[in-house]
Design a protein. Structure first.
Length: 342
């Protein structure tokens, strides 16, 4: 069982080899070399490795987007919830994979300091842990674009957003030294258990949504009710307010052309208030600063957005790949390199 399975077109073998080498230096076991031991069926070996891999990195290129083999492997990984896509050529992804945030490695030359590697590491770590990382505003292929064929997309994005932010919130918790369990520690443990359960429930809802099951809506409605209850129970927890902010922000982002303008503005206004409350409770909350940067970006306040992303990066010692990606997007839009169409 490998930590990482790399899916790629044969024409991209050298780039896959370089990536496997970099990932191995981080202590992960990587399956990428499709040389089969004598006497073993090629299909059986690939299937076994794919089914047991803890994460699957798919390298999208001009060759792999037309490879049925790569697309099939990506579909299996997506169904398992372990897909970590990466763009190595500037191409348009196959339709079914466009909603998935994709790491940008287009200009990567094998250097281990490339900025796109950090989001990739985070994606792999999250897949291995059974959770998904928070999304940046937009990815190299246009980001979270609305696809009007998604019957349950409005409900689904709420599931995605909550699942992503639950991972981030849990990741913020500091480990505690062994000691007698106090009442506060019991409450903290309960809170973390609740977050994990919400993450599990939302992942289930997301999988139902992806497969077009109408029952997904009922489950998502139930989970959203739980969010309100959590906020009522933990009104002074900055992470929960941040979680709600991201959920509302993502609803605004993906509903362009579908919901009335006033309704979308209401979502953005509520997202701003959630992040502001999170920062009042914890001025050093990096996730809330990055979320506020997202809000300011959508409001067209690019310089202020950049400042918030910079704060998030400073608070994490520069180890916040998604804040870095968000900042780059803001700079490109501000400089006219990308049209402001969000």
């Amino acid at each position: 069982m490998a930590d990482v399975f790399i899916s790629y077109a044969s024409e991209d073998r050298e780039r896959a080899r370089k990536l496997a080498s970099v990932l191995a230096t981080r202590g992960w076991s990587v399956w990428w070399d499709r040389k089969i031991i004598a006497g073993q069926s090629f299909d059986q070996v690939i299937e076994r490795e794919l089914e047991t891999a803890k994460s699957v990195v798919v390298l999208w290129s001009k060759d792999s987007i037309s490879s049925e083999w790569v697309k099939n492997e990506a579909a299996v990984a997506a169904e398992k919830g372990v897909l970590v896509p990466a763009l190595i050529d500037r191409v348009k992804l196959p339709l079914e994979f466009r909603r998935k945030q994709t790491v940008d490695l287009v200009d990567w030359d094998g250097n281990s300091s490339h900025s796109g590697l950090q989001p990739l590491y985070e994606g792999i770590s999250s897949a291995i842990a059974g959770m998904v990382p928070p999304q940046p505003i937009a990815g190299p292929s246009g980001g979270l674009r609305w696809n009007r064929r998604w019957t349950f997309a409005i409900a689904g994005v709420m599931a995605v957003a909550l699942g992503l932010l639950v991972y981030w919130v849990i990741a913020q918790q500091e480990p505690q030294a062994p000691a007698p369990i106090s009442q506060d520690q019991k409450q903290s443990s309960y809170r973390d258990d609740l977050l994990r359960q919400l993450s599990k429930d939302q992942q289930t809802a997301l999988e139902m949504f992806v497969h077009g099951k109408p029952e997904a809506i009922a489950l998502i409605d139930k989970n959203l009710t739980q969010i309100d209850k959590v906020l009522a129970s933990f009104p002074d927890d900055a992470n929960f307010h941040s979680l709600m902010g991201y959920t509302l922000k993502d609803m605004y982002q993906t509903s362009k052309g579908l919901l009335p303008t006033e309704k979308r503005r209401e979502y953005m206004s509520r997202a701003r208030k959630s992040f502001e409350q999170a920062l009042r409770l914890d001025p050093n909350n990096a996730g809330a600063h990055n979320g506020m940067g997202n809000v300011l970006f959508f409001e067209g306040k690019f310089d202020e957005a950049i400042r918030e992303h910079d704060i998030a990066l400073r608070l994490t010692g520069g180890n916040y790949g998604y804040a870095e990606q968000d900042k780059k997007l803001v700079v490109k839009v501000r400089n006219g390199e990308i049209p402001f169409d969000f």
